[in-house]
Design a binder for this molecule. Structure first.
Ligand SMILES: [Zn+2]
Length: 365
């Protein structure tokens, strides 16, 4: 996610962010010009349903966190949902954990490397076996050393014809440098990205299992974005590209970004941009987490703004929140270090976030 050198840029772009009162007007109309299927280099690859019968910072801005008063925040009371009354099929945290491991086994998923290519091939095949449609969105980017990078967003759609739909997002690339390490030698090494990259992707891939075996009542799009974490000033590349080249008329109810959801002690504060851009989505998600018994992981406490893939999506009119635990290890000690490994990822946050999102989907969003 981010580097301290992004601070200035963040401060500049942050001044143009909509204020809470402007949110009603934030939604943009359909973009003119290049269409989703007409942009050069873009190709759609529809795949048949596997089982038709079953298918019924980025920057740490110095903003003090503040706790919201009261748990209800208005609206209807949030009674708890008994296990037997769940609308969603089981989301398997252990399967998601295995999907984290599978990704780490490819090695760092750094654009331009063999691990990156292997993960793309595997992930595309995995999703084509499960989604109704899988669309690859390739693009090129020139890196900080003038290197030409081939990047690809993967857009897997369930019930693509339904106008009523939600968008789920995670980044699948990993950072080429362990910027938070103590020595220059270690800083030059790539991270494994078990949490920063693999965790959110794993939750989306396990959701693909759930969605393929139980047709959801609304449309669902899984967007696996590339180039989130390449280098300072070379961030959120896939999300930005998608935001600039989204399908014509694409207006999901809302978007949810999952990033760094695999910490051993998951706590998801209400991230600052999410609260600013889409407070009603934050409330909806946290309320569902409470109803499912996850209030200890989803406190109604405001966290700092964290620049991430949801920012370009919000700027393009897709109201998107970020579920992120930006306390990875003690004092965030594992973030962007060689400690971002399987040993420091656990099933709890994967299962909680996947279960909350699944229950929202099967209750109609
Ligand atoms: Zn990162």
């Amino acid at each position: 996610m981010y580097a301290s050198t992004d601070v200035g840029r963040f401060a500049a772009s942050g001044s143009g962010a909509p204020r809470r009162g402007d949110l009603g007007a934030a939604r943009l109309g359909v973009r003119g010009g290049a269409g989703w299927f007409s942009i050069p280099g873009f190709f759609g690859t529809p795949s048949p349903r596997r089982s038709p019968g079953l298918a019924v910072l980025v920057v740490l801005v110095a903003v003090a966190g503040c706790a919201e008063g009261g748990a209800e925040g208005g609206g209807r009371a949030s009674s708890s949902i008994a296990e037997a009354d769940r609308a969603a099929p089981d989301f398997r945290g252990d399967t998601a954990m295995a999907l984290v491991r599978r990704q780490v086994e490819f090695g760092p998923r750094v654009p331009g490397t063999a691990g990156h290519r292997a993960q793309l091939e595997w992930m595309t095949s995995y999703l084509r076996d499960r989604a109704d449609t899988v669309v690859l969105q390739p693009f090129t980017h020139t890196g900080p050393a003038d290197e030409r990078l081939e990047m690809t967003n993967v857009f897997a759609r369930f019930r693509p014809d339904m106008p009523e739909r939600v968008l789920l997002v995670a980044h699948w690339d990993t950072r080429p440098t362990a910027d938070s390490e103590a020595t220059p030698e270690r800083r030059a090494m790539p991270i494994q990205g078990a949490n920063d990259g693999a965790s959110g992707t794993a939750v989306l891939l396990e959701l693909a299992n759930v969605l393929s075996s139980h047709s959801p009542p609304i449309g669902v799009d899984l967007l696996l974005v590339d180039g989130e974490d390449y280098a300072p000033d070379h961030m959120y590349l896939g999300a930005t590209y998608f935001a600039e080249n989204k399908p014509p008329g694409y207006e999901p109810y809302y978007g949810i970004l999952l990033d760094m959801v695999g910490d051993e002690n998951p706590v998801f504060l209400q991230e600052g941009y999410s609260v600013r851009y889409a407070p009603e989505v934050v409330d909806r998600v946290w309320r569902m987490a409470e109803r499912l018994g996850y209030s200890h992981m989803f406190p109604r406490t405001h966290g700092i703004p964290i620049k991430d893939d949801h920012v370009p999506l919000n700027e393009a009119g897709i109201r998107t929140i970020d579920i992120i635990d930006f306390e990875y290890g003690p004092g965030n000690a594992y973030w962007h270090t060689l400690e971002d490994t399987l040993e420091h990822v656990a099933v709890d946050g994967l299962e909680a976030t996947g279960t909350v999102v699944a229950e929202l989907i099967y209750r109609g969003g």
